[in-house]
Design a protein. Structure first.
Length: 303
């Protein structure tokens, strides 16, 4: 992606130094809740109680964080590898510039799309954190992967996830990283358009299996929206050879079936909540091909 020299977003909130490499929570927070994505270990009941209590105390809806983030690790999965606290290293600063440029490009694209529908796009903030972070949706650990919190309209990203994407998941390339950012921004679009609110309403009282199926539809739509963004990025002439392939490969590598096979050796389809590799690639490609929101209706019909 020919991103250097292009506009960088002002909507980055760099909280990496606050967290001291995964130690404190900043702001005097005393809770150290080890939210590790969809772990099903013995501590999970205690964890749920802690999160609910913390939610009650801080006034957020804990159900929003218990679902984990995007690209989170599976039960028994390893930790993020690589250096834990290189938040201020030059390499990371370049990565920060890259993320800020991709974010700016999503702002331009979605502002244009919303305008064409007579709507106003409100830019999300993107919080860079290191280790763990406190959001309006609760505390989250980097192990849960990047996530979007509808409560504060912010995308949360620990950039060590990019290393994990590359080294652990086999999804290398700049545009694989851009796709991750664009997918989270896709959730923001769902929030602004009311889709996410409806989703959160609908999943109340659902069985876990049904809620997972609904979650897959939401996630595939975020993939499709990432594809819509990539479509307009291509029109600007800033995509390079291999970019879209690297995003499609990332979609494949973080598909639920591929991830589960890799991490635990077998698949549990009822637990899928992001979609299979095939589904994720299909919806990303669909959005990319047409650039039309109307082609991203994952909420009804077969997926
Ligand atoms: Zn997602």
């Amino acid at each position: 992606m020919l991103w250097r020299g292009r506009r960088q977003s002002d909507n980055i909130e760099d909280e990496r130094s606050d967290s001291g490499g995964g130690g404190g929570l900043g702001g005097g927070g005393q809770f150290r809740v080890p939210i590790g994505g969809r772990t099903g270990g013995g501590g999970s009941i205690l964890l749920v109680i802690l999160v609910v209590l913390a939610g009650w105390y801080f006034g957020f809806d804990p159900s929003q964080i218990l679902g984990g983030g995007d690209g989170g690790l599976l039960p028994g999965g390893g930790q993020i590898t690589g250096t834990q606290d290189n938040g201020n290293a030059p390499a990371n600063d370049e990565m920060k510039q890259f993320v800020a440029t991709v974010l700016a490009d999503t702002e331009d694209t979605w502002t244009g799309i919303f305008k064409s529908q007579g709507l106003t796009y409100e830019d999300p903030k993107l919080v860079l954190f290191s280790g763990q972070v406190r959001s309006a949706c609760g505390f989250a650990s980097a192990a849960a992967g990047p996530f979007y919190c509808p409560g504060d309209h912010k995308v949360y990203l620990d950039m060590t996830f990019f290393q994990q994407l590359d080294q652990q998941f086999g999804a290398s390339g700049e545009f694989a990283r851009a796709y991750v950012v664009a997918h989270e921004v896709g959730h923001h679009v769902q929030n602004l358009t009311g889709i996410m609110g409806k989703f959160n309403q609908m999943r109340q009282g659902m069985s876990e299996a049904d809620a997972n199926q609904l979650s897959v539809r939401i996630e595939l739509q975020a993939d499709c929206f990432a594809g819509v963004w990539a479509h307009f990025t291509q029109q600007k002439g800033i995509l390079e050879q291999g970019d879209i392939e690297s995003a499609l490969n990332a979609a494949k590598q973080i598909g639920d079936d591929t991830l589960q096979k890799k991490m635990q050796g077998y698949v549990v389809p009822e637990s899928f909540n992001h979609g299979t590799s095939q589904q994720r690639q299909t919806w990303l490609a669909r959005g990319f091909k047409s650039g039309k929101l109307s082609d991203c209706n994952t909420m009804s019909g077969p997926i």
